[in-house]
Design a protein around this ligand. Structure first.
Ligand SMILES: Nc1ncnc2c1ncn2[C@@H]1O[C@H](COP(=O)(O)OP(=O)(O)OP(=O)(O)O)[C@@H](O)[C@H]1O
Length: 802
């Protein structure tokens, strides 16, 4: 669609260039533009006067043009003189009536266009106004066909008058009115997108409502499924009904059913995808973007390809990963049956009758869903958690009473032989492979053996907690590996913080591919707490710079911004650049907070609050989920939390706001809370040697010349202009001053980029600019205020310095 739109634009532009080359002369354009504007002003005076004095001048205007001009005795009342009166007579009366005023509008926009200012989309306005002139003239001709006869002026001009009479005779007045209505509506629709959507909405009101209802119910269904971590009782074939009298038969045949379930799942995910696509096509916003392409795209330029610099980059292959699942033992039918009997027995013992029980076998736990007999209080079952655990002689039993939206009570019982969910099986899943998410993360498997996936851009920051040895580090490796399998080095950068100096260090070989760091910093993985502070502040600067860029580009988020940049609607010379996502991973957050406290907490909270739209995401992990580590400020800004097994119920409450994480069974068993949803997932397993293999696969390939450079943060006291000697100015001082004034942006990193100089030199120049009064004082991470508004004043100031 984009290509089609591009072609005609290109050829017509070429033609124009050939036919009027003198139009390239700037002075000529200036004079021509002014002339056209003056003509439009003259015509305006003439037309307005014609309305007032046209009647009085009428007798003179009937004279031949020569007589009217040459005869000096003949005087007209029109304020634009005889020529103005005559032009008005010809254009309004003998032409198109009142709609002739649109000619003035056309001259006005043409004049401005020649002067280089596009007030409107020119070609579109030209076509629309011309058609409107004809339409309006005809409409006025028809409406005033009776009154026109006695007046000096035709409201629709002679053209409108004659045409409306002719059409009325041809198709009758009603026919003409219908024709005018339809053509008017078409004009509106083609000219104004909003008119189109408004009219469409009027006609489609009912179906849309229905669609909304369908959508609402689908999403409700989806959310139900997620909330429970299991599929619907009625139609999910993974779940097995264990009827009181036909227990064995119902539990068996898991394999065939799992396959069936997969199909259903695939189908439904395909369906919802189709639905999404249909919705996208209908959005008005997309249409606008296509227009922008047509209008602003420089000629002969293909889309910008961020991956071009490393075009030969190969993504890691699945062969690098082990199939840990090979030795997994299945849950035996005896085990299922025994557990079921014990549950039923224990409940009976407390006089709780159940009408139905069914089992869903997950990788580490099996969910037994029971439907209690009518009249049984749910709280009563909930209180039996310990008794059921005792009777099953198993740790990690969790009762979910009731499972939200399902009308059943869930009892999660650990399997005797938990499965290892290999990273390989997760990454090779269709769900992950076909994911269109911006930052797809496949984390593990849910109770119904579904791959659990999410898009980090939607989460958008994650807090991970878990006691030592419960799978936290493996979980973080799973997150990073997922991203490495999907994102090109140009699209994603990591900032790794690892005070323990062991866990994330193996990623340091990815420096020139995937890592971001401070300039002049040697270590790619940050271990020093002081440097963490600098890095966080630097990310804050990067965040502010990105917001400035988004604002200038009128983009709401990084996705929109990059889309515009890729289609070359943003000029790199104005500071625009392709923005990779930045994911910051902090492995032991507690160590940082204990040592640096607020200095760390506040920039993290600020990033968490604001950075989502500009593509900066954080994953912070801690062993000690206590309230002095996970403070209210942090918690409020991290809505997505992942809990591995923790030591106590209090820890669970700190991280998840509910108990439960203390009842997990460890080894990657986790609870994921996102908003009000809570899902139990078995984390995939990826071993350190596998991660090493992936890293060396990537690092052996060609990378960028350096890591991605974060802007350096200069602390305020360092930045003061204190002893700046203006007699000893940097040789780039004047050029830098011009750049700052032209762009009206007092940004050190802009100077750094424009002149390809280091941050310190750019900072010194900025101090000199402040001392010279070109920019205001430092405002921390924000760009400085520019105090000189135009180049002329600047030149005067520069002269006075010499
Ligand atoms: N998803 C998983 N599947 C199977 N086993 C796992 C999984 N995650 C962790 N384990 C087992 O638990 C061990 C400890 O995991 P991990 O190193 O991730 O713990 P941790 O919470 O990071 O501990 P620490 O905080 O001390 O670093 C692993 O070596 C592995 O044997």
């Amino acid at each position: 669609m984009v290509l089609k739109a591009k072609k005609p634009g290109k050829t017509s532009r070429k033609k124009r260039k050939k036919s009027i080359p003198f139009f390239k002369n700037e002075k000529f354009r200036f004079i021509a533009g002014i002339l056209v504007l003056l003509i439009s002003a003259y015509l305006l005076v003439a037309f307005v006067s014609f309305i007032f004095y046209g009647g009085a001048d009428q007798s003179k205007l009937d004279l031949p043009w020569k007589d009217l001009v040459l005869e000096s005795d003949i005087k007209v009342q029109n304020k634009a003189g005889k020529t103005g009166a005559w032009l008005s007579e010809v254009i309004i009366n003998r032409g198109f009536g009142f709609s002739s005023f649109l000619f003035i509008y056309l001259l006005l926009v043409t004049g401005f266009k020649i002067l280089g200012r596009n007030l409107v989309k020119y070609r579109r306005s030209l076509v629309f106004s011309t058609l409107l002139i004809v339409w309006l003239s005809l409409t006025l001709g028809l409406a005033f066909s009776k009154t026109d006869a006695g007046s000096f002026m035709y409201a629709g001009g002679r053209y409108g008058f004659i045409l409306s009479n002719w059409l009325s005779a041809l198709i009758g007045k009603t026919g003409v009115i219908l024709f005018l209505f339809i053509s008017g509506l078409s004009l509106l629709i083609f000219r104004f997108d909003s008119a189109y959507s408004l009219i469409k909405r009027l006609f489609r009101k009912k179906p849309e409502k229905e669609e909304a209802e369908v959508e609402a119910s689908t999403s409700a269904e989806n959310s139900d499924q997620k909330t429970n971590g299991v599929d619907n009782i009625e139609d999910d074939s993974i779940s097995k009904v264990i009827d009181e009298d036909d227990v064995v038969k119902a539990i068996f045949e898991p394999d065939a059913e799992v396959k069936e379930a997969d199909d259903v799942q695939r189908k439904s995910s395909g369906d919802s995808k189709n639905k999404d696509e249909e919705d996208l096509e209908l959005t008005i916003q997309q249409k606008k973007e296509e227009e922008a392409l047509e209008n602003y795209r420089p000629e002969k330029m293909e889309d910008y390809d961020p991956t071009l610099e490393l075009s030969k980059f190969k993504f890691p292959t699945l062969e690098l990963l082990e199939d840990h699942a090979a030795g997994n033992a299945e849950v035996s039918n005896e085990e299922l049956l025994a557990n079921k009997n014990k549950i039923v027995e224990t409940l009976r013992h407390y006089k709780i009758e159940i009408t139905k029980i069914r089992a869903t076998i997950g990788p580490t736990i099996t969910l037994y869903e029971i439907v209690p007999a009518p009249g049984i209080r749910i709280a009563k079952i909930k209180n039996l958690e310990d008794d059921i655990a005792l009777s099953l002689a198993a740790l990690g039993i969790r009762i979910i009473a009731p499972i939200p939206g399902r009308g059943t009570i869930g009892i999660e019982v650990p399997n005797q032989h938990p499965e290892i969910v290999s990273m390989r099986s997760i990454l090779s899943s269709r769900k992950f492979q076909e994911s269109n998410a911006e930052l797809p993360i496949a984390l593990g498997k849910t109770i119904s053996n579904e791959t659990y996936m999410f898009d980090l851009t939607k989460m958008p920051h994650i807090l991970v907690a878990g006691a030592t040895g419960q799978g936290k580090s493996v979980g973080i490796n799973v997150v990073i590996t997922s991203l490495l399998y999907k994102k090109h080095p140009s699209q994603l950068k990591f900032v790794f913080v690892d005070p323990k100096k062991v866990e994330l260090n193996l990623y340091s070989v990815l420096e020139k591919h995937y890592l971001a760091k401070l300039p002049n910093e040697e270590e790619p993985v940050i271990t020093d707490i002081q440097k963490v502070k600098h890095t966080l502040n630097s990310i804050n600067v990067e965040m502010d710079q990105r917001y400035d860029l988004l604002k200038k580009a009128h983009a709401r988020n990084i996705k929109e911004y990059n889309k515009k940049f890729v289609s070359r609607n943003l000029n790199p010379e104005k500071g625009h650049r392709f923005l990779p996502y930045i994911v910051m991973v902090i492995d032991e957050f507690a160590d940082l907070i204990m040592t640096a406290g607020k200095e760390i907490e506040l920039p993290i909270a600020r990033i968490a609050q604001l950075a989502r739209a500009v593509g900066i995401h954080m994953i912070i992990a801690t062993q000690r989920p206590s309230t002095n580590i996970i403070t209210g400020v942090i918690k409020a800004n991290f809505p997505a939390r992942i809990a591995f097994k923790v030591a106590s119920m209090i820890d669970s409450r700190t991280i998840l706001d509910t108990p439960g994480a203390n009842q997990l069974i460890g080894k990657g068993d986790m609870l994921i809370a996102s908003g009000s949803e809570m899902t139990r997932v078995q984390c995939a397993f990826v071993d350190t040697p596998e991660v090493e293999k992936i890293c060396s696969f990537i690092s052996e390939q060609q990378g960028f010349s350096t890591a991605f450079m974060l802007p350096e943060y200069v602390e305020e006291e360092e930045a003061g202009p204190g002893e700046v000697d203006l007699n000893n100015r940097d040789e780039l001082f004047e050029d830098a001053a011009r750049i700052v004034v032209i762009n009206q942006m007092g940004s050190t990193s802009m100077i750094q980029r424009k002149f390809s100089i280091g941050y310190n030199r750019a900072g010194r120049i900025m101090d000199q600019l402040e001392a010279a009064g070109v920019v205001g004082g430092s405002e921390g991470s924000k760009a400085r205020q520019v105090l000189i508004q135009d180049e002329y004043t600047l030149e005067q100031l520069l002269n006075s310095l010499n």
